[in-house]
Design a protein around this ligand. Structure first.
Ligand code: SAM
Length: 264
């Protein structure tokens, strides 16, 4: 199991917060509302939507609120606990299905889904070439990715302290400077690199990159949470930018559309 996946398995409280959002016991995420709005005119009655790295399917709550017509939703996530919670949250929704799957090897035939979403996942992975190819392989019309895109590339690796590693007392870094056990990132890719990467995909009609400024700054940050329920790792807002720990986050939506194909 890649470390990035271990990180999520070892973070059950994320699942509980995601679950509370999915069932309406906590507010929808700003990014989930923004993602739903991004699909205006793209999602239509009968659309098949795949959400990769879906957590507990909490984005479906925003999609169902925004679009009341019928569409099907499939959520895929590498963390089995999140998928169990997702199935519980949407037991009443016969058009929502969830499965454990890795973004590196999606268990779907090519072009199965009209719309493929992947939000807040790619930045954390050590490599995005195979994941983007997989997402695109299963996309029939539109792939919408939310991740950090800026003017240059930064590889930002989060290295946990021994206290976080359940009492392990190792020195965290090897003598060559490499972390002993971290494969969890907050990477920023340049717009040029992202466009280059999308240019290697087959049958692309259009690539667009838009900064995600579609959030209410008052809805983010720790101030809105009661002390006893406050999740760790909250996003704050500083000068109009979202901040995570020390990192200013250049959140963007990358949208890739496929050429119309007579055979499909
Ligand atoms: C930051 S959370 C994002 C969840 C949700 N999309 C959101 O924006 O709130 C990252 C999610 O990606 C999942 N994930 C991490 N690595 C993955 C992989 N290789 N394949 C599929 N899902 C993965 C994690 O289990 C977690 O649910």
């Amino acid at each position: 199991m890649p470390y990035s996946a271990k990180f999520w398995s070892a973070a059950p409280t994320y699942g509980e917060v995601f679950y509370a959002r999915a069932v309406g016991k906590a507010p929808e995420m700003e990014s989930s509302k923004a993602t739903a709005r991004q699909l205006k005119g793209v999602i239509v009655p009968g659309s098949h939507v795949l959400d990769v790295g879906c957590g507990t399917g909490h984005y479906l709550r925003s999609l169902r609120r925004e679009y009341t017509f019928p569409f099907s939703y499939e959520g895929a996530d590498i963390t089995p606990y999140y998928i169990r919670l997702a199935k519980k949250a949407y037991a009443h929704d016969s058009n929502a299905h969830f499965r454990v799957a890795s973004i590196d090897d999606l268990p779907f035939k090519p072009r199965t889904f009209d719309i493929v979403l992947c939000c807040n996942v790619l930045l954390h992975l050590p490599d995005i070439v195979k994941p983007i190819r997989e997402l695109w392989r299963v996309t029939r019309r539109t792939m919408l990715i939310r991740t950090h895109i800026g003017t240059t590339n930064f590889r930002i690796q989060q290295v946990p302290e021994p206290a976080v590693l359940k009492g392990k007392k190792d020195p965290v870094f090897r003598t060559n400077g490499e972390p002993i056990r971290s494969n969890f990132f907050h990477n920023i890719y340049s717009e040029r690199y992202m466009r280059w990467l999308c240019g290697t995909l087959p049958d692309v009609a259009d690539v667009s990159i838009e900064q995600d400024k579609d959030f209410d700054p008052h809805a983010l940050g720790s101030a809105q949470w009661p002390e006893e329920k406050k999740p760790g790792d909250l996003t704050e807002v500083w000068n109009g930018m979202q901040v995570h720990h020390y990192i200013l986050q250049p959140w963007c939506f990358l949208r890739v559309t496929r050429k119309k194909d007579k055979a499909h």
